[in-house]
Design a protein. Structure first.
Length: 124
C-alpha cells in the first residue's frame, strides 16, 4: 500500500507505543504503526552521485513495543544484497516515522542513514 493511502492505526494501538515516542513525533505514530502492520515496504536507497538502488524491506510484527522485530532488506532483487537487523518494535516504529518524514519532505520512500548504519552493522 502506498504511503499516501495509509489509514492511521486506532487510538488503542497508538497509546501502547506513545511512551516510547518523543512528543514532537507522536503525531506520526498512527501512520507509522499502520505501516508497521503492513509488514513490508518498497522504496529506493538514495546514493550520492549514483543511481538509486531499489529495495524491499520486510519484517515480523509483534503486539508489544518491547518485543523484538526482525527486519530484512533486499536490495536490487539480489539475494547476495540481503541484510537483516533486529531491534525493539518501538525502535523500528521510530525508524518508520523517519520513513514518513522523508516521504513528506522528498516524496521518496527510504530509510534514514541511522537505520542503514544499524542494518550494515556499522554501529557495532
Amino acid at each position: 500500500m502506498p504511503i499516501p493511502q495509509l489509514k492511521p492505526a486506532d487510538d488503542k494501538e497508538v497509546k501502547v507505543y506513545s511512551p516510547f515516542c518523543q512528543e514532537p513525533r507522536r503525531k506520526f505514530l498512527p501512520h507509522a504503526i499502520a505501516l508497521y502492520k503492513i509488514k513490508s515496504l518498497e522504496g529506493e536507497r538514495k546514493i550520492d552521485g549514483g543511481d538509486d538502488v531499489p529495495f524491499v524491506a520486510s519484517w515480523n510484527i509483534s503486539s508489544l513495543p518491547i518485543d523484538l522485530t526482525r527486519c530484512r532488506v533486499l536490495f536490487d532483487g539480489n539475494a547476495e544484497l540481503s541484510y537483516e537487523t533486529t531491534m525493539q518494535s518501538s525502535e523500528f516504529v521510530s525508524c518508520l516515522i523517519e520513513v514518513l518524514l522523508t516521504y513528506q519532505r522528498t516524496r521518496s520512500v527510504d530509510f534514514s542513514k541511522a537505520f542503514y548504519r544499524k542494518l550494515m552493522r556499522m554501529d557495532e
